[in-house]
Design a protein. Structure first.
Length: 768
């Protein structure tokens, strides 16, 4: 299936590729220029005249150019898998295992292979030219050997620089192609090689600079210089071997650490407190200083030996020997300082990795050289170098302005290069720390603070920052986990509360049902009492009717058997009288039954207009049996109507009048109940007053409480007034009791005349 690629990434990747290509071409040209300078310049200096005499220069240059082009072609060919893999990755496509392996192999081999090829090429050029010139007797053999040795050494230095440059160039490419490659693993493969290449590049460059300065400071002849140069190569072999041995020994703790760390698949498997990491850190920290000190010492000894042997062989004077040793000494100092700085740069990523993967005890990894001493050492070295060069210039024979300008520029570049490296070494970790501190201030605490390198003052500052970051992160995590715990607890408590709430709700429901049952029972009981009273009340008119029926029948017989009109008139008058008694009895029975019917009817579901006067009449009618010796005075506004539930309003009146009647009780002298119904403003006011014993002040506040009663068992349940209160509230009204002991009691009720305020709720509210 064809994959369509978005336009922008392709264009962007092509642009990136073009930029990278431009940089590579430029760098390759610079490297070739450096090679030519390092190899061709001493050749011209030592055997310039002989070369011109031979007339071979154009042919040599042509052959060299062809060979150079061939090496470039080969390099391009070798880099093909890398370029292909990079292009694939930049397009966002996955890489096959074979392509990945080929790219990795090419990246690992090509820089060294190409550097080696160039070394061989330039060495072959020097050796070939020297051989050719000596064989044609155009050059003395010592000078020829010198030319060959210089070629070997300088081409070696240039090749080392080339290899380092290519490795550096390929680092980001490797990161693009193999994004998941463990940086520690990548470092472990290359770091020793990079240390050796750096040292070798410095030897080559140092030698080239020394040779240039020697040419300026001394008046050695070409054979003398050739002899010295020829002696240099075997003399340098010893310090180089010793240096390599020392490197192998000093990197043992680092190698041990790699062995244990790389075996574990992820950094998570690493122990934070690892003694091997501490040993590796200490070794990596001290290695640059020790390596450069050894190399400087060994090179100095080798230089002394070379000068001593050279003087014996070629016989130059002591002044020249002194200046020679001075120049070499200054170069050894300069290359020692450069070596320290450059080896530190090679090992810095390792120190960073160790610091971010492990908790390194500061006391154990503390650098022996403090920042102050380091700065004194480096800047002191630069000053010694500068002043030494000035001294040598003043002691050396006079040269033309071009040589003086050239050599001064070289000395200046040497010192400036050192200063730049020192300043960069000092500033870049502070800069990185500043950036990280900014990130931390913005709350980004996940990424560790990478150690700046050595555990000097700046390094220890990064350690302290890292400790601070960890502490902050842990605090934050513990606060978060505390929050989570709290949330969980709150959830748990809420669940418990909800459960309790549900239980309470159930209990309340049960209680309400129980209360309803109780109220209903109470109503049934009070209905029973009421009906008993009413049965008695109906008995009287019914008895009157029944007792009147016999005489009425007799009167009718008398009318039918009457002889005279007087007899008929008297019988008719009796019958009419009796009929009226029957009528009254029937009407009374009907009124009682009607009132009972009104009282016992079920309430409607919506409020309606009701006549308060009629409700009062019905209530008094039903309670007549209780009001035997009680005078009932009604002051009723006949047309007054309110909106509400008639059954409930009847019940209110029934409870209040019953209480009033019960309060007056069976007093000999009887009592009076005054019932008033009036309109006051936009409310209807109902008042039920009695002249009973009144309610004591301590009882008054409790009379509306459910189940509060002062009456005997069977006489009162304590629910009447609480039901009254509930009904009035539901009708949007209010009730108040006024009473003083011995002065009777007045209950006042206010009900709104407007229908809107009447509640639509119609719960059956049983009463007495
Ligand atoms: P109950 O009548 O069943 O006792 P109520 O709730 O109707 O219950 O009345 C509560 C109490 O209020 C009565 O027990 C009584 O002490 C007092 N009470 C109510 N009305 C009057 C009144 N008109 N005169 C004196 N006391 C009264």
């Amino acid at each position: 299936m064809a994959t369509t690629l978005p336009e922008v990434p392709v264009a962007a990747s092509l642009r990136t590729a073009a930029c990278a290509l431009g940089a590579v071409v430029l760098a390759e040209l610079s490297l070739t220029l450096l090679e030519a300078l390092l190899v061709w310049a001493p050749l011209v200096a030592l055997a310039g005249q002989s070369l011109r005499d031979s007339g071979e220069t154009p042919r040599i240059v042509a052959v060299m150019l062809v060979l150079l082009v061939l090496t470039w072609a080969r390099a391009t060919d070798r880099m093909r898998p890398v370029l292909a893999a990079r292009a694939t990755k930049l397009r966002g496509l996955p890489l096959t295992a074979a392509a990945e392996e080929a790219a990795q192999r090419a990246m690992a081999r090509t820089p060294l292979e190409m550097a080696g090829l160039r070394w061989v090429l330039w060495t072959a050029l020097s050796v070939g030219v020297a051989w050719m010139l000596a064989a044609r007797n155009l050059l003395a053999w010592p000078s020829a050997v010198g030319v060959a040795c210089v070629g070997l050494l300088h081409a070696g230095g240039a090749a080392a620089i080339r290899a380092l440059f290519w490795e550096r160039l390929l680092d980001p490419v490797q990161a693009t192609i193999l994004p998941n490659l463990d940086p520690l693993r990548a470092f472990a493969v290359t770091y020793r090689r990079r240390l050796c290449l750096t040292a070798f590049a410095l030897i080559g460059l140092g030698h080239a600079v020394s040779a240039t300065l020697i040419a300026v400071f001394t008046e050695l002849t070409s054979p003398q210089a050739g002899t010295l140069l020829a002696l240099t190569v075997p003399a340098l072999l010893v310090p180089m071997l010793l240096w390599y041995r020392s490197l192998a020994r000093r990197t043992v703790p680092i190698e041990r650490y790699f062995e244990s760390a790389i075996k574990r698949p992820t950094s998570r498997g690493l122990a934070r407190d690892d003694p091997q990491a501490v040993a590796a850190f200490r070794a990596a920290q001290s290695l640059p200083y020790r390596a450069s000190i050894y190399q400087s010492l060994a090179c100095s000894l080798a230089a002394v030996a070379v000068v001593a042997v050279g003087r014996r062989l070629t016989g130059f004077n002591t002044a020249i020997a002194g200046r020679l040793l001075g120049a070499i000494g200054l170069m050894v100092l300069a290359s020692g300082l450069y070596e320290t700085l450059l080896l530190r740069a090679v090992l810095r990523p390792l120190l960073g990795q160790l610091g971010s993967r492990h908790r390194l005890p500061v006391a154990e990894v503390r650098s022996a050289l403090g920042l102050r001493r380091k700065l004194l050492l480096f800047f002191g070295g630069v000053i010694v170098l500068g002043s030494g060069l000035v001294l040598l210039f003043s002691l050396s024979p006079k040269h033309g302005p071009a040589t003086m300008i050239g050599s001064t520029a070289l000395a200046l570049a040497l010192a400036l290069g050192l200063v730049v490296l020192i300043v960069r070494d000092l500033v870049s970790p502070i800069h990185a720390l500043e950036e990280r501190a900014d990130e931390m201030a913005r709350g980004e605490l996940a990424r560790p603070v990478p150690p700046s390198g050595e555990a000097d003052e700046i390094g220890r500052l990064t350690f302290a920052f890292e400790e601070m970051r960890r502490a902050l992160r842990d605090k934050l995590r513990s606060t978060e986990s505390l929050n989570i715990d709290l949330e969980r607890e709150v959830r748990r408590r809420t669940e418990v509360l909800e459960q309790r709430n549900a239980e309470l709700h159930d209990a309340l429901e049960k209680l309400r049902r129980a209360q309803d049952d109780l109220v209903r029972t109470e109503k049934l009981a009070s209905m029973g009492r009421l009906v008993a009273g009413i049965a008695h009340e109906i008995n009287n008119p019914v008895n009157a009717v029944i007792n009147t029926l016999g005489p009425l029948q007799e009167s009718i017989h008398q009318i039918s058997g009457a002889q005279s009109p007087q007899q008929i008139a008297s019988a008719v008058a009796d019958a009419e009288e009796m009929l009226r008694v029957v009528q009254r009895g029937a009407a009374r029975s009907k009124a009682i039954v009607q009132a009972l019917h009104n009282y016992s009817r079920g309430d409607e579901s919506v409020p309606r207009e009701l006549n308060l006067g009629r409700s009062v009449d019905d209530t008094v009618d039903l309670l007549r049996h209780r009001l035997k010796n009680i005078r009932v005075e009604k002051e009723i506004d006949p047309g007054l109507r309110v909106f509400g539930f008639p059954g409930q309003i009847d019940q209110v009146l029934m409870n209040l009048v019953t209480n009033a009647a019960q309060a007056i009780g069976d007093r000999e002298q009887g009592g009076t109940i005054r019932i008033g119904v009036h309109a006051v403003d936009d409310e209807a006011q109902i008042s039920v007053a009695d002249d009973g014993p009144g309610i004591p002040a301590e009882v008054l506040p409790r009379i509306f409480d459910p189940f509060f009663t002062t009456k005997d068992v069977g006489e009162g349940s304590g629910l009447g007034l609480s039901i009254v209160h509930g009904i009035i509230e539901r009708h949007g009204g209010r009730i108040r009791a006024e009473s003083h002991a011995g002065e009777g009691t007045v209950f006042r009720i206010w009900l709104p005349l407007r229908p809107a305020s009447a509640s639509s709720e119609n719960r059956a509210l049983p009463g007495k």
